[in-house]
Every structure is written in C-alpha cells, then in structure tokens.
Write a protein that binds this ligand. Structure first.
Ligand SMILES: Nc1ncnc2c1ncn2[C@@H]1O[C@H](COP(=O)(O)OP(=O)(O)O)[C@@H](O)[C@H]1O
Ligand SMILES: [Mg+2]
Length: 278
C-alpha cells in the first residue's frame, strides 16, 4: 500500500430532511508529501466532501455511506475528543473569506497564542515566540506589528497568511485549502499558492487544494479529482488528466480555461520544481 495519510472510500453524503443525495461514490487518496486537487464547478460537492473529512458537516447533511480514514484510522470510530484532537493536529484547513474565522476584537497574535496555549500547552512566552516564528514562516512582513493588530487592519491576503499560520501551528500532516485564494487579487492569489507549495516542502505537508479554477490545479497539483453533481467524473495524475482528459466534462472545463493558457502554469510549475531542487 502507498503512504496514504487520508483515504476516502465511496463517500456518500445525504440531506437529512429531503433524503437527497449530495455526494456519492467519492473515493480518493492523499499520499504523504503530495498535492491533491479537487476541481469542479460551484455546487459539485467539493466543500461538502472536505467538510465530511473534517467532521464539520452542517447538521442537515449526514454521511450515509463509505469510509474515511485519517492516518489509517476510520473516522466513523472517532469520539468527539478524537475529532478535536484530529482537527488542527492532523488536518489543518483554510477556507475562503479568512476574515470570518477571526475574532474582530482580539489582537491577531493573541488569537494564535491562544491556540498554541490550549492545544500545545505552551507557556505565554513560548506561545508568543512560536506565533512570531509562524508569522515569519508565512512571510508576514512585520510579524511584531501584525501580532498587535486587529483583523480589520489587514488585507485579505495578509489575513489568509494569518489563517494559514494558525492552520499549520499544530504541525498537521495534511493542509486543506478550500477556495483559499478565490476571493483574492490575482497577484496575491499567486503569492498564497507559492506559500502553500513552500510550506508543503518546509513542513512536510500533504496538500488538498480545492478550486473551481483549473489554472490553480495545473499550477500546484500532482493528482486531481474532477467532480460534478456530487460525483467524481475523472481522476488521475494532474498532467495526464489536464493534457489528455478522458471525460467530456473535464474537456469542457479545460476549454473554458484555454484562453488563459494552461501551459503557462505547467511551465511555472516546472520552474518552481527546479527552484526547489537547486
Ligand atoms: N448547508 C447546506 N444545506 C443543504 N444543502 C447543502 C448545504 N451545503 C451544501 N449543500 C448541497 O451540497 C451541494 C454541494 O455543495 P458544495 O460542496 O458546497 O459545492 P462546491 O464546494 O463544489 O461549490 C450543493 O449544491 C447543495 O445542494
Ligand atoms: Mg465550495
């Protein structure tokens, strides 16, 4: 067996009231040190899938079939305590709209320190030092200043860096980025994607990158899963799938992106790898 950190097998999610199937027969594997992309148009079930993986589905949606294994342990056996231990420490996640995940009236540094004190049992001084280290690791230019600031004082890109700092603060094996750059300017978006790749190398993370944007997937991912209407229509190595799509829906997604030139991203990706190797 490969070195799988997360295995999803025949996942099925159902609407508890209407009985409507939301996600079905979704299977994929996240291999240690690799980047998996989940792509598909809005409403195709990407977020529901990763929320099921994180154990944070809205009450109205239920896992009604299949299995999820995190580091070889089936999450169906998880107690509340296991979930709390898993989130953050094994799987970190960042979403769109980083501002909504931060408390507007508490200084940013304090919010990160709180996570470290509660979850890692660090002292006040240790938590402060670690917070500044994390802020540097996500390339916040002035860590000491950001530490003292409030969420409204930062740009969207900087807030997402703070959220990424929190997401990696407990040293997870997996980082899930669900449309994490969608709301950002194109330049900032590219910077955040670069950061994710850098952290993957530096912290030995496996990444799950969810996007409706194929260019993001082409730029970042080793493997890709294409979803439509709650199902996987195609999956495989990102290059193979994007260069030789087998499914009509994938071809359609790619043709919509053709005008941006996906090849550009493959080249960028190759240059990043050269940079990492040198
Ligand atoms: N909170 C919710 N309550 C009811 N249905 C939901 C909820 N969230 C998502 N769904 C259903 O799941 C489908 C997939 O949603 P989602 O996973 O958010 O799509 P994506 O992330 O691919 O844009 C939606 O089209 C909707 O039918
Ligand atoms: Mg979504």
């Amino acid at each position: 067996m490969s070195d799988s950190v997360l295995t999803v097998r025949d996942l099925e999610v159902t609407h508890a009231v209407t009985g409507q199937s939301v996600v079905r027969q979704v299977s994929f594997e996240v291999v240690r040190g690799r980047v998996l992309g989940i792509v598909g148009e809005s409403g195709s079930g990407k977020t529901v899938t990763v929320r099921a993986v994180l154990g944070i589905l809205p009450d109205i949606l239920e896992v009604t079939g299949g299995a999820i294994e995190v580091l070889g342990r089936p999450t169906s056996e998880f107690t509340k305590k296991d979930w709390i231990a898993c989130r953050g420490s094994v799987i970190g996640a960042v979403f769109q709209d980083p501002g909504s995940y931060l408390n507007p009236s508490i200084r940013l540094g304090k919010q990160v320190e709180e996570v470290l004190r509660v979850k890692k049992g660090l002292s006040r001084a240790e938590a402060r030092a670690e917070t500044l280290r994390l802020f540097r690791a996500v390339h916040l230019r002035n860590p000491e200043l950001v530490h003292q600031q409030y969420a409204h004082e930062l740009s969207g890109g900087m807030l997402q860096r703070v959220l990424i700092a929190i997401a990696i603060s407990l040293g997870p094996d997996i980082l899930i980025a669900d449309e994490a750059t969608t709301a950002l300017d194109v330049t900032v978006q590219a910077e955040i994607l670069d950061l994710l790749v850098e952290l993957k190398e530096a912290e030995g993370l496996s990444l799950v990158v969810i996007s409706h944007d194929l260019a993001v997937v082409a730029q970042l991912c080793d493997d890709v899963v294409v979803m439509r209407d709650g199902e996987i229509v195609e999956a495989g190595p990102a290059r193979a799938v994007l260069r030789h799509p087998q499914h009509e829906y994938t071809r359609l997604l790619i043709s919509e992106h053709e005008r941006f030139g996906l090849d550009r991203y493959f080249e960028q990706d190759a240059s990043l790898q050269r940079k990492a190797a040198s």
